[in-house]
Each structure stands twice: as C-alpha cells, then as structure tokens.
Write a protein of this length. Sequence first.
Length: 221
Amino acid sequence: MKRFVPKYLDPASRLGEILFGLIMVLTVTLTAGLTVAEGRPGVRQLLLAAIGCNLAWGIIDAVMYIMNCVTERSGKVRLIEAVQRARDARAALDIIQNEIEPELQSLLDPEEREAFSRSILNHMAKARITNAGARVAQDDLYGALACFWLVFASCLPAAIPFLIFSQPHFALRVSNFLLIALLFLVGQKWAQYAGTNRLFTGSAMVTIGIVLVGVAILLGG
C-alpha cells in the first residue's frame, strides 16, 4: 500500500482522504458516545460505529472518485473537440489559454504564454478522440481502492481502544485522544508539502478538525 496509494493519489488527495476519515469517525464515535450502553455492549457498539462509519464512507468516497475521473476525462475530450473545431488558430489559442491551467499561465510573460499555448495546440490539433472518456478505466478502479483504503484505515487506530478497554466512556476518551493526535500528524505532513511551519499547521489542523466535527454534530451529521 505504501507504493500503491501514491501511484494513484497525489499528496493533497491522500491527506484529504485521511483527514476526511478522521473527522467522520470522530463525529460518529462522539455522537454514539452520548447514548452508549455500559460495559462490553457499549464498547462493542462504539467499535461497530467506528468501523462501520468509515467502511460506508470509504465506499461512498471510492464511488465519487470514479465519477470524478470519468467527468474529468470527458471534459478533456470536449476541450480537444472544441480546439479542433475552432474557426481559426487564434480562437483555438484563446480556448486553450482560458481552460488549461490559467494559474500557471499567469506566472508566464506574454511571449512565454503564447509559446506554451501554441505547443499545446500543436498536440491537440493532431489528437485522435476516442469514446473512452465516458468509460471506467482500470486506473479509476485502482484509485478508488486507494481512496477506500485511506478512509477506512484512518479509523483503525481509533478502534484499538475499543478492543482493549471494557469501559466504553474511557475507551472513547482514549480513542478521541488518538484521533486528535492523528489530526496533528496530518497537519504536520501537510506543512511538509506546503512549506509552512509544522507546529502551527499541525495545531491548526487539530482546531479545524474539532470545529468541523462540532459543526457536523450540531447539524445532525
């Protein structure tokens, strides 16, 4: 999995999936903890809530990933068709400059931007369009599996206390502590990619996570 997941998900997507999983399991276990029974039945209830929550959301997220991949690919096909059907080269260049990485092109001077767009136009003008854009590809399924694994795996540390302790409320507090610690680690990893202060970003991620959990609980999530 250490090689499989990075092959199909970029760093931001990986961290986003983990963050999503942590917030979901924290929301569900806190909500379930309000009405949990005492003793082993209560611990079992929280364990099933933690695992079932991320199992369900892992499946949902995997399906959404596949839908997004098909949508993006279809959008690229429509872009190529629009470029090839443009009335002239200037119109085709305008389409490219408006649709392909406007943020990147804003960093280039006018001459570089024009050369960049013409280079893309040369490739798009010769591209052969197939009907594969609307089909689910093998890589889509692998990427969906990576999404599912990250969301589901993020709940596993939170489930450990429910396997060890017999008092549900104590196990819940330990689980919540582990989840908050994981939020901090996710923030630190995010800081590594963003080039920001690791302590500040880790603390900010904990704060954001707790606020989002509070919003979800207040709104009935």
